[in-house]
Design a protein. Structure first.
Length: 230
């Protein structure tokens, strides 16, 4: 078995060298070392490419700059006590007002969620797109909601790595809200469940009313270390 294993490892190493060195032509969507393209159809490599952005600020900024998301880089901010941000941007896009500060990886996830989940779901359920994603904010120097006292875990909001989404305004002005429509039976509830599930493809955590009472009125979306979709 050892010679077989050696040959397999050797083949894998040669293939990696050939792809990374450009000696084998692989379409960017299927090349694990190619930069992420927000508009490209997601596949099984998407999560890998998203994860790379957390370790490569330059790549993350380049990916976001190639998107349609209106934003501007902001200086790093060490607020102390586990709060502040690094490699963050100020999102000033009219689709996500009012403006807010978000880590670059989370901003890329937001752009992908809007492009591949929110807008398609809105067109499918309402025959029109979403004009505005209504949110409750991103950065807040605090612990996980409901956790108090010293030594408790900081929220991803404390690193500008999370966004709370409360609802959506459609192109015709109609509003769909998590608090009012999640438990319904119509198109609004179906839409909310679809976009909540869709967020799990691009964020690490996508928490909604099904998680606990603290999330009854919004979706918590973050790019933290823990994978959770509820």
């Amino acid at each position: 078995m050892r010679p077989v294993l050696f040959l397999l490892l050797l083949a894998a190493g040669l293939a990696t060298w050939a792809v990374r060195g450009g000696h084998i032509d692989v379409p960017p969507d299927w090349n694990p070392w190619a930069p992420l393209e927000i508009a490209a159809q997601p596949n099984w490599l998407t999560r890998h490419k998203l994860a790379r952005l957390s370790d490569d600020p330059a790549m993350c900024n380049a990916v976001l700059s190639a998107s349609t998301l209106a934003h501007a880089s902001v200086p790093d901010n060490d607020a102390g006590e586990g709060c502040g941000w690094q490699t963050a941007v100020r999102v000033s896009d009219a689709r996500f007002g009012p403006a807010f500060t978000l880590s670059c990886p989370a901003a890329v996830s937001l752009a992908m969620w809007d492009h591949h989940a929110v807008q398609p779901a809105a067109r499918a359920h309402f025959g029109q797109g979403v004009a505005r994603v209504e949110h409750l904010g991103s950065y807040a120097c605090r612990n996980v909601r409901g956790a108090g006292g010293e030594g408790q875990r900081r929220s991803q909001h404390a690193r500008a790595n999370a966004l709370d989404v409360a609802g959506f305004r459609l192109a015709d002005g109609r509003r769909v809200r998590v608090l009012a429509d999640w438990d319904g039976q119509g198109a609004e509830a179906a839409f909310l469940r679809e976009v909540h599930g869709g967020a799990c493809r691009f964020f690490q955590a996508s928490l909604g009313p099904g998680y606990n009472a603290a999330h009854r009125d919004h979706f918590h979306l973050d790019r933290g270390a823990f994978r959770l979709c509820r």
